[in-house]
Design a protein around this ligand. Structure first.
Ligand code: ADP
Ligand code: MG
Length: 379
């Protein structure tokens, strides 16, 4: 990948794609971690005397202007975080944008309007990309979370400007490729969450590299179905049972299933002896202890997907146990996935991880071994 460090940005206008797709509640930003995540790159560019234009999407306006999805509140928040005024332009292409861009001084920052107000963004439209590129000399992608999409602002745009990876994108790629290329053993993957179907590709690819995959979350019941066990009223995917069977075969003994389960009525039962009338909501205490032991002595651990219905107490215990074990592990620890990351943050353990990935879907596709369109064009 071409890296931002190698670019000469002094005095240049740098167009940077960021992921400012922040959660909004009544027009207010309820979590600004996606903004904070790119502050190092913005600070670097300002120090190097670049003129900075930021572009992002927000929500799903589906190709039309939606006032609630304007980026104005993000400009305010960014301005506070940078302690420097951030200009905001209520469009992302056109003559007003070009005039504002020309008015920028060295170190100034301009945030443009939501890219997805134009259907051309998600269509990877070349003409739209050319208009986006018009005011800039250099393009930087610092939005790992959207790099698995061939959209105009991460893909087509690189046809028009010399293009580089920002610091956040660089770190994501470095950390995730180290899992695939040179992991220290024992290497564990912990996979949970609602559906096996979301994560089959990752489990298949990681099975080639890991010593064990520890399964949790509702997906465990699809595996137990594959073993012809009763799963009661638990959530599982009937059409993925055969696939789970073949994964168990392929994985030999390396796919580890929970031995006990916490039921919806809080009772704990052996995982292979579930009653018909209840659903499983979490991995049980025995499983928590086994998994924690394995995690603590591992040299590399990747985790995606909560171990249970963690939004609802007391069914967050399994997820918290994994988060705690990982924060006590001396090896490389990486967590990815929207819900798993939010569980780690709720437990205030994020600083104890080697890497907390900002890319949900993008991270999974990367670990499946797929080439991400937004990253390929930076090579
Ligand atoms: P991530 O966002 O970390 O990739 P997923 O989106 O795949 O994770 O899965 C998270 C969801 O899975 C959560 O909403 C959680 O409540 C749900 N879940 C996990 N275990 C169970 C379970 N046993 N029964 C029902 N839902 C579960
Ligand atoms: Mg999720």
């Amino acid at each position: 990948m071409r890296l931002l460090k190698e670019a000469n940005v002094a005095g240049k206008t740098v167009l940077m794609r960021v992921d400012f797709n922040v959660p909004l509640k009544d027009g207010k930003i309820s979590d600004d971690k996606r903004i904070r995540a790119v502050l190092p790159t913005i600070d670097y560019l300002r120090k190097k005397k670049a003129r900075i234009i930021l572009i992002s999407h927000l929500g799903r306006p589906d190709g039309k202007v939606v006032d609630e999805l304007r980026l104005a509140p993000v400009a305010d928040r960014l301005s506070k975080l940078l302690k420097y005024p951030v200009h905001y332009e209520p469009d992302c292409i056109g003559s007003d944008v070009e005039i504002s861009a020309r008015g920028l001084h060295e170190g100034d920052v301009l945030l443009l309007e939501n890219l997805r107000f134009y259907p051309e963004e998600e269509q990877d439209d070349v003409g739209f990309a050319q208009k986006l590129a018009a005011p800039a000399d250099i393009y930087v992608n610092d939005a790992f979370a959207v790099s698995h999409r061939a959209h105009a602002s991460v893909h087509a745009i690189t046809k028009f400007l010399p293009s580089y990876a920002g610091f956040l994108l660089e770190k994501e790629v470095r950390m995730l490729s180290s899992l695939l290329k040179s992991p220290k053993h024992p290497f564990l993957a912990i996979m949970g969450g609602a559906k096996v179907s979301d994560k089959i590709g990752v489990i298949e690819n990681l099975l080639k590299k890991v010593d064990a995959v520890l399964i949790g979350g509702a997906m465990m019941f699809t595996f137990y179905k594959a073993l012809n066990c009763e799963v009661g009223r638990s959530k599982f995917e009937a059409d993925k049972v055969d696939l789970a069977k073949s994964l168990l075969k392929k994985g030999k003994k390396r796919i580890i299933l929970p031995t006990d389960v916490v039921l919806s009525n809080r009772r704990v039962v052996p995982a292979n002896k579930m009653p018909k009338a209840f659903a499983g909501f979490d991995i049980g205490p025995e499983t928590q202890a086994i998994y924690s032991e394995m995690i603590k002595s591992a040299k590399t651990v990747f985790w995606n997907g909560p171990m249970g219905l963690f939004e609802q107490k007391p069914f967050d215990k399994g997820t918290i146990a994994v988060a705690k074990a990982m924060s006590g592990c001396k090896g490389v620890t990486v967590v990815g996935g929207g819900d798993s990351v939010s569980a780690v943050e709720k437990a205030k353990l994020e600083k104890k991880f080697s890497h907390v990935s900002t890319g949900g879907g993008a991270g999974l596709e990367f670990l499946e071994g797929k080439e991400l369109p937004g990253i390929k064009v930076l090579e």
